[in-house]
Write a protein that binds this ligand. Structure first.
Ligand SMILES: O=C(O)CCC(=O)C(=O)O
Ligand SMILES: [Fe+2]
Length: 239
């Protein structure tokens, strides 16, 4: 089986897959530098009134063209389309039916930052389980592990019915910078605490949805017309 078919199979079976080194070391360094320029602190309040300020950059596509190549990466989009549009692998596929980028952001889990509780991204008002509607992804810009606040996933939970249990048993996604985790939006996931004092856990977060659904944020909004005209077809296809 090739990488794409194997990844599709894993997402179907356990709800997620990790692809090591989806970008080259030099592309990674560029992405880390571009991410650092865009990240800024967003003030937020936790449940008990504590400060949970996070470093983020939302609405990426209206702000920079630096991540277009990753969002439209041929392997990533083939996997996403294979999950969201299984018929897309047949001869009747039209690119216009392909997955849409629902949201694109950069996130940082900073040293000392607490967990993000287990949850589902797919909260459409349709009982679970149902056919996949969202594939979310996190491209690691820093190491993901048990110390840095790596993503937590509950294997197989994309097929579960009912409400999310925040105490379900999870595993940590362990990956090196330049690798990507892709998961069905119905999979329960979150991330652990960053126990370190000096190691950020930055990620490029690209969430794709079926193109016939209303996107979470709509990355096509806010792109100036002259910029839109010069976008490559593979980028336009996901917007
Ligand atoms: O940052 C993470 O590891 C998980 C974040 C998350 O819940 C998401 O991207 O939907
Ligand atoms: Fe999430």
């Amino acid at each position: 089986m090739n990488t794409t078919d194997q990844a599709i199979q894993e997402i179907e079976d356990v709800g997620y897959t990790i692809i090591p080194e989806i970008i080259s070391p030099s592309r990674l360094i560029q992405a880390q530098q571009d991410a650092e320029k865009l990240l800024h602190t967003i003030p937020a309040e936790g449940l008990n009134g504590t400060r949970i300020d996070g470093r983020m950059c939302k609405g990426l596509f209206a702000k920079t063209r630096e991540f277009d190549d990753i969002a439209a990466n041929a392997t990533v989009t083939a996997i996403v389309n294979g999950i969201l549009h299984p018929h897309g692998r047949s001869a009747y596929y039209s690119p216009k039916q392909g997955a849409q980028l629902g949201t694109a952001m950069i996130k940082d889990v900073q040293p000392g930052e607490d967990i993000r509780a287990l949850h589902r991204d797919d909260n459409y008002p349709i009982p679970h389980p149902h056919p996949p509607l969202i594939v979310n992804s996190l491209l690691a810009l820093d190491p993901f592990n048990d110390e840095t606040g790596g993503t937590w996933v509950v294997p197989g939970s994309h097929t579960w019915s009912g409400q999310v249990s925040t105490t379900a048993e999870h595993v940590t996604v362990i990956m090196e910078p330049g690798s990507i985790v892709l998961f069905n939006g119905a999979l329960w996931h979150g991330h652990g605490p960053n126990y370190t004092t000096d190691q950020a856990r930055r990620a490029l977060n690209l969430l794709y949805n079926c193109s016939w659904l209303r996107p979470w944020e709509g990355e096509h909004l806010g792109i100036p017309e002259n910029e839109w005209d010069s976008l490559p077809p593979a980028v336009k296809a996901i917007l």
